[in-house]
Design a protein around this ligand. Structure first.
Ligand SMILES: [Zn+2]
Length: 274
């Protein structure tokens, strides 16, 4: 099972900006209150109903909906969460937990099969929110010098788990760590301390190329991910390593291999990635 990563969450962010920015949340229907963290349904409705959606941002894999009241909704989709933009006459699917009735008649529905996702209302400074505070810098925003410095601060550890550590750099998970490491020709289990200057440059280049490319294709639908319209992301067809076990490497023809690394699968070319 895979969490949506930066390209998937960024896709939803851009779609939300297009569809719900400026809309008023007229009413909230709570079918299951589990996604609401640390707040009663009554208080949640009281504080959110009647507010307008001012802006939509993303930090790591978290969506931030800024409200006209100065408060914000943090939304983490986790494994199976979906935000869906629907007409009111669309049937309410099983596992729909929250329905935001918006001005103009459309609805934003929060659906989550496994129920690990959350919609958390926060007041006060976003920068002080613990879920955001602990995150590392956005992978996509780092220039080469910053990336180099960050890696230089790590004396040991394997590169793939490090790239996936949101407190180290934010936005990259299982899919895109495999893809950027393939791009850079680096074995996922390589010790960070052994990376050459050239490899670090290549890795940075891979992040800068692959993440935006994936956003252009609406992200990768490998397990449950769908966008705001319930559509799949098409970047899967450009994957060169992730879940291509046994298929020939695009560069050298050798079969892509899969290994376990820190409890997750890593896919790589045993010839190209040293
Ligand atoms: Zn290869």
């Amino acid at each position: 099972m895979n969490l949506p990563e930066m390209p998937e969450v960024e896709t939803i962010k851009l779609q939300l900006r297009e569809k719900v920015k400026g809309k008023r949340i007229e009413r909230i229907q709570v079918i299951l209150d589990k996604p609401l963290k640390g707040i009663t349904v009554e208080e949640f409705k009281d504080r959110v109903e009647g507010s307008s959606i001012k802006e939509i941002r993303r930090r790591a894999k978290i969506l931030i909906i800024e409200l006209s009241t100065g408060e914000s909704l943090l939304i983490h989709l986790k494994l199976t969460g979906r935000l869906l933009y629907l007409k009111p006459d669309e049937p309410i699917e099983k596992h729909t937990h929250l329905i935001f009735h918006l001005s103009g008649g459309r609805q934003l529905r929060f659906w989550d099969l496994r129920q690990f996702g959350y919609v958390k209302l926060i007041s006060g400074e976003l920068a002080e929110e613990p879920k955001l505070k602990e995150l590392g810098p956005e992978a996509i925003g780092l220039n080469l010098d910053e990336f180099r410095r960050l890696l230089a601060g790590k004396r040991s550890g394997k590169i793939k788990p490090l790239l996936m550590n949101q407190n180290f750099i934010a936005g990259i998970g299982n899919i895109y760590s495999d893809e950027v490491l393939f791009y850079a020709g680096i074995h996922p289990a390589r010790n960070v301390a052994t990376l050459t200057v050239k490899e670090v440059v290549k890795l940075h280049e891979g992040i800068k190329k692959i993440l935006p490319a994936a956003v252009r294709y609406g992200g990768s639908s490998v397990d449950d991910y769908v966008d705001l319209y319930g559509e799949q992301g098409n970047y899967v067809m450009y994957h060169r390593a992730y879940r291509r076990t046994g298929e020939p490497c695009e560069r050298c023809g050798v079969a892509i291999k899969r290994i376990k690394l820190g409890g997750r699968s890593a896919h790589f070319c045993p010839r190209c990635q040293v």
